[in-house]
Design a protein around this ligand. Sequence first.
Ligand code: R5P
Length: 293
Amino acid sequence: MADLDAVKETKEYYLDIPQKSEAFYLKGSNALGWGMQNRLARIFNPKTGRTVMLAFDHGYFQGATTGLERIDVNIMPLAPYADTLMLTRGILRSVVPPSMTKAIVMRASGGTSMLKELSNEEIAVDIEDSIRMNVAAMAVQVFIGGEHEKQSIINMTKLVDQGTRYGIPTLAVTAVGKEMVRDARYFRLATRICAELGAHYVKTYYVEKDFETVTASCPVPIVIAGGKKLPELDALKMACNAIQQGAAGVDMGRNIFQSDAPVSMIQAVRAVVHDNESPEKAFELYETLKAEG
Ligand code: R5P
C-alpha cells in the first residue's frame, strides 16, 4: 500500500494544454471503436498509413502452392519484413510460433477446392477461434457476379457483424471469376459493394486503366493483391502505381514467395510501399540484396 505520509500536495493539471483529440489516420475508419482502430493500426503502419501484407493463404483452396510447400522453411524467414501475415488458422497453429508478434489477418472463409465452383464458400472459422488466435482482422472472399454471389456477400456481412461485437475488422477480398473482365468498372462495383455492406478494408487487383477511380470511389482503404508471378521489376512497378493511385498497400503473395530471392523481394516491396522508393531504385535494392545472398 502507498505510504500516505509521503503524499505530495502540489499537482500539475497543465490547464493551458487542451487534451489531444486526434482523428484516426485511416480513410473511412474514424467512427470505429478503439479495439477496431487499434487492430487496424497493427496492420497499417501509423507512420505511413500503409501496409505490406504477406499473403500465403492460397493453400485453403489449392493445396501446396508453388513456393508454399514448406511454410516453415520458405515463408517464416520473410515474416520480419512484413507488417502483417495473411494465412489460414491451420498454418497459424501448426507452423507459426506464438512468440511471433506480427499482426495476423486470418482467412475466415472456405469450403471449396480448385476442383469445384470456388464461389460456393461459407464462413469457415468461429469468431471465438479468431479471438483465441488474437487476430488483427478476418478475411472473407466476395464473388461479385459469381455463381454464389449472394451467399458470399452474406458471408461477409455475417463476419462483419460478428467481428464488430469484438472489435475485429473484416477484410473483403474481391474474387474475380475466370469469365469476368478485370477492369476498373468491375472493381468499382465490387469494392464499393463490399464497403457499403460493412467491410473495413478491401483487397482488389490493380488495373492499368483508371485504378484511381476504384480507390476514389471506395470509402475505406484498398490493398492490392499481387496476382500471378511477374518479373520483379514489373511487380514493383505495379505496387508503385497502385500506391500512387490511392492504394493503402499490398497484400502480396506469389510475386514475393515465388521470386528468385523472396527475402530481397519483400524488402524491395517495402521500399516502394513505405519509403516511396521508385520501382527502379527498389529493383536495384532487390538486386543488391540478392547478390549479397
Ligand atoms: C488467394 O488465394 C488469396 O486471397 C491470396 O491471398 C491473394 O490472391 C493474394 O495473393 P497473390 O499476391 O499471390 O495474388
